[in-house]
Design a protein around this ligand. Structure first.
Ligand SMILES: *[C@@H]1O[C@H](CO)[C@@H](O)[C@H](O)[C@H]1NC(C)=O
Ligand SMILES: *[C@@H]1O[C@H](CO)[C@@H](O)[C@H](O)[C@H]1NC(C)=O
Length: 385
């Protein structure tokens, strides 16, 4: 009997261990297909074995129904089937929302239970028709007034997903949310204890802590792992460690926190010869040749910028920045993503999220570190997925 009990315990332990493999959740964006080479990223660039979860962003809403407005939607749907055929363990999710969609995109859908029901029924049909494994809600961001609507939407989606599998041989659809890492936004936007029961996990957008929108305009890092020496008052919250701790403190189980790691940096044009963190800037950094957006550089642009740049590692914040002439960029590299993964493993988080795989050097042509140098570094550090 004792032996049997031991055997049973051992089985339970093994199961628990099996269930605790880390997730590697990878977003890819529909607009990256419009970039010029070598930034042009199409579904054909997806490696079926790179990530445990892939998330296509973004779907939108029309007449209370979910839709994908993608010029090459047919290729996308084919790709979903082909990557899942090659790797049956891979989960592919569809994300709805995003920065441009904003809060306004969720209205009027969320405003009545009838329109929410219409939306939710369309989601079930759409996801199953196109072989998606779940929905990610990236509502950027519900304000204080919308906070209960966000909770209700998630609640009703979760309930519908549960009901849908009762008579089906399929696995339940996953439900996740892309959520803010800013303390004030977290307080305003989310009823965390309720969300914790309904969501499979959260994709924590733990970046954009500093950028060329800062007032006063001074240099700061996009995604510092830890608080910097010069951080005071509210800027003490603007780092990955604080954001992760705050979500857990407010009731999100740590294994449901999937920590975001950016494949891009924010850049500034320096206003003087000063070039440390907190140096005065006169504006965003020059746009990259491919992403073409001032103050923003993809990793494949950053590694080109690094040639003949002066690189400094912030010992306190555990991330690097680089300076060339009057240009300053705070970014992530192989060393910093390894430190971030070690941090999330120490806290037993659910895993790492990548925003986004199309901004890593996915071809390997720009950085001479092989394809997907940052995602691969994250994956190696996570160990088994
Ligand atoms: C990407 O999706 C958005 C939102 O649905 C849409 O407005 C946009 O046209 C799409 N871009 C491409 C290149 O298909
Ligand atoms: C499941 O099937 C049973 C028996 O056919 C039926 O009574 C029930 O309503 C179904 N439930 C759902 C959620 O479709």
């Amino acid at each position: 009997l004792v032996l049997r009990i031991r055997g049973f315990r051992l089985a339970v332990l093994l199961l628990l261990q099996g269930g605790s493999a880390y997730k590697l959740v990878c977003y890819f964006t529909n607009w990256s297909q419009e970039r010029q080479e070598p930034g042009k990223f199409t579904p054909e660039n997806i490696d079926p074995f790179l990530c445990s979860h892939l998330i296509y962003s973004f779907a939108s809403i029309s007449n209370n129904k979910i839709i994908i407005k993608d010029k090459n939607a047919a290729v996308l749907y084919q790709t979903i089937n082909s990557v899942k055929a090659k790797n049956p363990k891979l989960k592919v999710l569809l994300s709805i929302g995003g920065y441009l969609f904003g809060s306004k995109g969720f209205h009027p859908m969320v405003d009545s239970s009838a329109s929410r029901l219409e939306f939710i029924n369309s989601v079930l049909l759409f996801l199953r028709n196109h072989n998606f494994d779940g929905l990610d809600v990236s509502w950027i961001y519900p304000d204080r007034k919308e906070n209960p609507q966000f909770t209700v939407l998630i609640h009703e989606l979760a309930e519908a997903f549960q009901k849908e599998v009762i008579n089906s041989s399929k696995e339940r659809l996953l439900l996740t949310a892309g959520v803010s890492a800013g303390r004030q936004m977290i307080d305003n936007s989310y009823q965390i204890e309720k969300l914790a029961k309904e969501l499979d996990f959260i994709n924590l957008l733990s970046f954009d802590f500093h950028g060329p929108w800062e007032k006063p305009l001074v240099t700061g890092h996009n995604s510092p792992l830890r608080k910097g020496q010069q951080d005071r008052r509210s800027s003490s919250y603007y780092n990955v460690e604080y954001a992760v701790g705050y979500w857990i403190h407010k009731g999100m189980p740590q294994e449901k926190v999937v920590m975001g790691i950016p494949m891009y940096g924010h850049s500034f044009t320096l206003a003087s010869a000063e070039s440390a963190v907190g140096a005065p800037a006169s504006g965003p950094g020059a746009a990259g040749s491919i992403t073409k957006s001032p103050g923003f550089l993809a990793y494949y642009e950053i590694c080109q910028f690094l040639q003949q740049a002066k690189i400094t590692r912030l010992q306190d914040q555990q991330v690097p920045y680089a300076v060339k002439g009057n240009q300053w960029v705070g970014y992530d590299d192989v060393e910093s993503v390894q430190a971030k993964v070690q941090f999330l493993k120490n806290l037993n988080l659910g895993g790492a999220m990548i925003w986004s795989i199309d901004m890593d050097d996915f071809t390997g042509k720009s950085c001479s570190q092989g394809p997907y140098p940052l995602v691969q570094a994250v994956k190696r550090s996570l160990g088994s997925l």
